[in-house]
Each structure stands twice: as structure tokens, then as C-alpha cells.
Design a protein around this ligand. Sequence first.
Ligand code: FES
Length: 103
Amino acid sequence: MPEITFVTTAGEEITKEIPVGLSLMRGAVEAGINDILAECGGVASCGTCKIILDEANAGRIPPADAFEGSMLEDDPEGWRLSCQIIVDDTLEGLVVRLAPTEY
Ligand code: FES
């Protein structure tokens, strides 16, 4: 299982082993990362699972498809829906920052 570091909205770094095959959102929620609300359950319709990737980490993940991209139109570069990213062993050491949820 790859170790992935989550940086909370408060700036705390939490590193967890996330099972391969889960979405990054599901893995984070099951690991007890509280900042991800994931209100839609992972079907890319709520936007409450957004993460921010710096350039180095963003390059390790396949680009957003058109559907995910439509949910990120108003967000800056590097923002992604964590429910649309599937964890695999290549993500060892990935660092993601949790985006603040806006209402
Ligand atoms: S969990 Fe709702 S968009 Fe990702």
C-alpha cells in the first residue's frame, strides 16, 4: 500500500497507507482524514472532496477527464476531485493538500 501524505486545511501533515484500488477520497475517509466531506459519495457531483496538487505531484496522476474537468472549471491549476483518482503503487510518497470546502 502506498503511503500518501495529506496536508489538512489547518496545515497538519498526516501520512497514511492507502489501499490500492480505492479512490483517493475513499482511502482518505477510511483512514480518518476528516477534512474531506465527500457528500456525493464519490460520483463527482458535489465538489467537497477537492485536493490541491503542486506541479511535481500533479504530474504523477493522469489528467482529469472532461467530466471531472467540468467540476473544476472555476478552480485554479492543480485542483482535482480526489474521488476521481484511483490509488496505485505509483503514488507512493504522493503529497496532497486538502482544499477548503466552500458553500
Ligand atoms: S465526493 Fe463528491 S465530487 Fe468527489
